[in-house]
Design a protein around this ligand. Structure first.
Ligand SMILES: Cc1cc2nc3c(=O)[nH]c(=O)nc-3n(C[C@H](O)[C@H](O)[C@H](O)COP(=O)(O)OP(=O)(O)OC[C@H]3O[C@@H](n4cnc5c(N)ncnc54)[C@H](O)[C@@H]3O)c2cc1C
Length: 440
């Protein structure tokens, strides 16, 4: 195992891949790598998981329109569009057709809701795995060393040494792209390296699951993006062969909590006729509590407490009547499809979610039901909580997400993206920064 690399990229998700391909696709001799006195420049891409390319493993719906996935605090429209062009040229996606948008847009506008028209592609979870295989082979062909199953633990930013669970590695440039799951890890690194950051924004919501016939817009527009009042929006719609999944957060010492999420298989898998999507409210915290992570953890723990260590699910029929759902009443009659995440606890979301958040979400559900009638059928399920933690906002010292000499932060964990294409774009932007810094 080597102990020195010119560039180390931690995290093999789209942000890490964007950085690695951005660097390896460039003329490396030109960026001064030869100056460190080595015959060949070296790039290590490290991931703690035995199998990875991060979020490309999940559904792989890719959005190629501003502002989807781009936090406006660190991107302008022009910047994002320029990088999106590069991401699209590299990945060559098949853009999905959209139909009848006018119909839905007009209904939405009358209610003060916007329907964004987004250029999208969809590979599905299986298609994403194939893409990973192709990208990994390409990366190795370009000379990168890809090491899976090695976890970065800590950093000495002054000495430019990172410590993993297997070795110490000296680097010249380090790109940290640990994703949302690495949110707390990144905070630990930033605390140790004296990098100031804010973490005051978090998205809290529900994952809605229903039959496709009750949300037929998905036949016309794969992932419709509605923006409602009160900073509430639809996000990550999956259909045809769609499933709700559970993610675990936290540590053994502090306790675990759960967020739900959703994915779909590609058209090569049998359809189950269901659709799921997130309905999220963005919460911006102010003093005295300014940590989205702390707030999310508290809400997640509360939901896990009420759900007996699992997320909660409730049928709309019960929710409307102010009743909790029970497992014995969860199937049959009007409740005419089985939940795809049956391990959730049937319960009462109203007992767990803060009123302000729940009111905004319910308002969004009602508006959506007026635009796409059928959604509020009694059988529709709301799973709670769905929490998006991507709101570390480090203080960057340049426009390429550099936080210290030779240290760059990219992707969802660093607050520079909220989706696959934007994460890839943030990695490319970091690669440009490294090229500029070393070539100048
Ligand atoms: C179920 C699900 C479905 C999704 N569907 C979509 C979708 O359809 N479309 C979309 O645009 N977005 C989707 N997303 C979001 C998308 O996956 C993320 O926005 C994107 O992957 C962020 O990229 P990233 O590179 O920042 O982080 P990630 O993709 O999360 O990659 C981070 C990588 O870093 C590794 N890592 C973390 N800590 C360490 C460490 N200490 N040492 C070494 N390695 C480490 C992790 O193992 C991981 O592989 C989905 C997310 C989930 C969970």
């Amino acid at each position: 195992m080597n102990n020195y690399y010119d560039i180390v990229v931690v995290g093999s998700g789209p942000a890490g891949l964007g950085a690695a391909f951005g660097l390896l696709g460039a003329d490396l001799a030109k960026i001064g790598l030869a100056k460190v006195g080595r015959p060949e420049p070296s790039l290590l891409l490290l991931d703690k998981n035995e199998v990875s390319s991060g979020g490309l493993r999940n559904d792989c719906k890719m959005n190629f329109s501003w502002p989807i996935g781009f936090p406006e605090a660190c991107w302008t429209k022009d910047q994002a569009e320029a990088y999106l062009g590069r991401v699209e040229a590299f990945l060559s996606p098949v853009i999905l057709e959209k139909r009848n948008l006018d119909l839905y847009s007009k209904r939405a506008e009358k209610l003060g809701v916007s329907l964004l028209s987004i250029r999208q592609s969809h590979l599905g979870t299986d298609g994403g795995l194939e893409l990973i295989g192709r990208l990994t082979a390409k990366l190795k062909g370009l000379g990168a060393e890809l090491v899976l199953g090695e976890k970065m633990l800590s950093l000495d930013a002054k000495k430019k040494i990172l410590i993993t669970d297997k070795r110490e590695i000296q680097y010249r440039d380090l790109v940290l792209a640990p994703g949302r799951g690495g949110f707390a890890f990144l905070q630990g690194i930033m605390n140790g390296a004296d990098i100031p950051y804010r973490d005051n924004v978090v998205d809290i919501g529900v994952r809605v699951e229903t039959k496709e016939e009750r949300y037929p817009i998905v036949k016309d527009y794969y992932d419709p993006k509605f923006l409602f009042p009160k900073k509430t929006r639809t996000f990550c719609t999956n259909s045809r062969s769609a499933y709700v999944v559970q993610e675990r957060y936290g540590e053994p010492e502090t306790g675990y909590w759960y967020s739900v999420n959703g994915h779909a298989w590609s058209t090569s898998r049998p359809a189950n006729g269901l659709v799921n999507f997130a309905l999220l409210k963005t919460v911006t915290l102010t003093a005295p509590l300014a940590s989205g992570q702390a707030f999310a953890r508290m809400l997640g723990m509360q939901a896990a407490l009420l759900g007996g260590g699992r997320p909660i699910m409730q049928r709309i029929g019960d929710f409307k009547l102010g009743k909790r759902s029970f497992s014995e009443s969860f199937l049959g009659d009007l409740y005419d499809f089985e939940p795809t995440l049956p391990s959730c606890t049937p319960g009462d979301i109203g007992l767990s979610a803060p009123a302000k958040i729940l009111n905004a979400l319910w308002n969004g559900m009602k508006l959506l039901d007026s635009i796409v009638p059928g959604l509020l059928h009694p059988s529709t399920i709301m799973y709670y909580p769905e929490i998006k933690l991507y709101a570390n906002r480090p203080a960057y010292i340049d426009g390429h997400f550099r936080s210290a000499e030779g240290l760059y932060l990219a992707g969802d964990g660093a607050g520079t993206s909220r989706g696959i294409t934007a994460a890839w774009a943030s990695g490319l932007r970091v690669a440009d920064g490294i090229l500029e810094a070393r070539f100048a």
